[in-house]
Design a protein around this ligand. Structure first.
Ligand SMILES: Nc1nc2c(ncn2[C@@H]2O[C@H](COP(=O)(O)OP(=O)(O)OP(=O)(O)O)[C@@H](O)[C@H]2O)c(=O)[nH]1
Ligand SMILES: [Mg+2]
Length: 212
């Protein structure tokens, strides 16, 4: 059964980045739900962990021999666990607004959970691994079907190929208004920059009323 992983240390407070406020400030008047999604092993749990100001709730389970032949670990380094329910993190964006980050499981067999987790999301960060872009089609299609505004976040691994933006847009069949952002999800600063661009996109699309 899934268990919350709270053993891991919370992210270090780094200069210019939020420290770790354990409790939601009383000034917060509203919260919005952001989905962090994408296919198996693309870096969703890593991104939620890099962004969250609280120790994230994780539901990681060890992948066993039973998943051999189902979970393709090629190019996924030393990955030994997979999300079986969700990742949950929080960011206080400004004194009045909090973002709740919901990371989805990546594997097809958890699809029913995906539908539940995506309900009510104001927007989604759709992570893509350009070493296997075809694996993202399913999630991108679902976001479009459910009319959840999203940005593509290319998670850069050492052997990630680079493509001109127009080629990428056409390969992923993205509408012109969908931003393509880049980050190394392990890097907190890069992850924050990505989040800022994403929120800015939602704001410019008149989908988010930022106050303060
Ligand atoms: N080089 C590199 N490795 C990364 C990056 N992001 C994640 N990883 C590694 O890739 C692996 C997969 O990361 P996860 O965050 O578990 O991926 P996930 O999308 O949550 O996986 P599932 O929940 O199983 O679908 C881990 O071993 C990470 O350390 C990145 O930006 N660059
Ligand atoms: Mg995960």
């Amino acid at each position: 059964m899934a268990s919350a992983n709270s053993a891991e240390a919370a992210p270090e407070a780094t200069s210019g980045l939020p420290a770790e406020p354990r409790y939601l400030p009383s000034s917060v008047q509203g919260a919005v739900k952001i989905l962090v999604t994408g296919p198996f092993g693309v870096g969703k749990t890593t991104l939620v962990g890099s962004l969250s100001e609280i120790t994230p709730l994780r539901t990681e389970e060890t992948m066993t021999a039973a998943s051999s032949g189902i979970d393709d670990l090629t190019g996924r380094g030393d990955k030994t666990t997979t999300t079986v329910a969700l990742d949950f993190g929080r960011i206080t964006l400004n004194p009045r607004l909090a973002l709740y980050l919901f990371g989805t499981p990546g594997q097809q067999r958890f699809r029913p959970l995906w539908d539940d987790l995506s309900r009510g999301a104001l927007g989604a960060i759709a992570m893509v691994d350009l070493r296997r872009p075809d694996e993202s089609f399913d999630v991108l299609g679902r976001l479009e079907e459910q009319r959840i505004p999203f940005a593509v976040a290319v998670n850069t691994f050492p052997d990630t190929p680079s493509y001109p933006e127009d080629e990428l847009r056409s390969a992923l069949d993205l509408l012109p208004e969908v931003p393509i952002l880049h980050c190394d999800a392990r890097d907190r600063r890069q992850s924050y920059d990505l989040l800022i661009d994403f929120v800015d996109h939602l704001h410019r699309s008149s989908l988010l009323e930022l106050q303060g």
